[in-house]
Design a protein around this ligand. Structure first.
Ligand code: SF4
Ligand code: SF4
Length: 249
């Protein structure tokens, strides 16, 4: 799950903004370019939106706390409140099923002759798709697929809960047919009602890497990607856009 990707580049200021003192999150600094932005419902928030460094949660915070945003049809609210890619998981299942044959055909072609530019095209599509999609509106991977939890993940997670690794295993994990530890339950026990991950900093490596559309040697995970088109709107979108570029491959 790719949540808060954009937050990695932002350091929130501890100070309150002079224009709106209802939210502590109204001033922040982008570490990447050291540009100081204030989000007060006027021009700077438009600027921040254009830079795509606002998270949905921050937008909600603004909407809930700032009278300007509550009372006006402001640019930020109109343009950034929802992911640009509509997340409809029922429609996703249907679309993935309807396009499965075409996806298989494309992937069979890639398996026979691996296109040289495949990784760079898929990685560009990955970046484009995640610019327009907020995982916090989805969390379908956390709701429907259990990640593999390796020993290092278990150590980190057990430490967070001040448990012994064996206690953590007993409480949360079981060993599947392939001898991998996975969560006993789906949705994941650490998924919170607002789709945030309770253990985000210590989440399993498999969660960090999902949905794998930015990994090297993409041709090695074509079967997994086909499966993921049924669960992950981002993967479906990447594959759909990839089909439109198939002449280049
Ligand atoms: S299923 Fe895909 S789009 Fe949805 S939260 Fe997971 S990674 Fe993000
Ligand atoms: S630990 Fe659970 S809630 Fe967190 S990212 Fe992984 S599957 Fe999602």
């Amino acid at each position: 799950m790719n949540i808060n990707k954009r937050l990695n580049n932002i350091q929130f200021s501890k100070t309150r903004n002079s224009v709106c003192n209802s939210s502590p999150f109204f001033s922040y600094r982008s570490m990447k370019n050291s540009l100081f932005l204030t989000v007060d419902g006027t021009i700077p928030c438009t600027h921040a939106w254009k830079m795509r460094i606002l998270t949905l949660n921050l937008v909600r915070n603004i909407q809930n706390n700032c009278l300007f945003h509550k009372e006006s049809n402001c640019f930020l609210t109109r343009n950034y409140v929802m992911s640009k890619i509509k997340i409809d998981l029922e429609l996703l299942k249907q679309n993935a099923k309807n396009t499965e044959t075409a996806t298989k055909e494309l992937f069979t072609r890639f398996k026979k002759k691996k296109p040289k530019q495949l990784d760079s095209i898929v990685h560009t599509l990955h970046d484009e798709v995640f610019e327009d999609l907020d995982c916090l509106e989805c969390a379908n991977c956390c709701k429907s697929i259990s990640p593999i939890v390796i020993d290092k993940d278990i150590e980190r997670l057990a430490k967070q809960f001040r448990m012994k690794p064996s206690e953590f295993i007993n409480q949360y994990l079981y060993m599947d047919n392939e001898n991998d530890y996975v969560f006993k339950e789906t949705p994941c026990p650490f998924l919170m009602p607002d789709n945030y991950c309770m253990v985000y900093e210590n989440r399993p490596r498999a969660c960090r890497e999902y949905p794998h559309t930015d990994r090297k040697r993409f041709y090695q995970i074509l079967d997994l990607t086909l499966k993921n088109t049924h669960y992950c709107p981002a993967v479906y979108e990447v594959v759909d856009r990839l089909k439109k570029k198939k002449e280049q491959l």
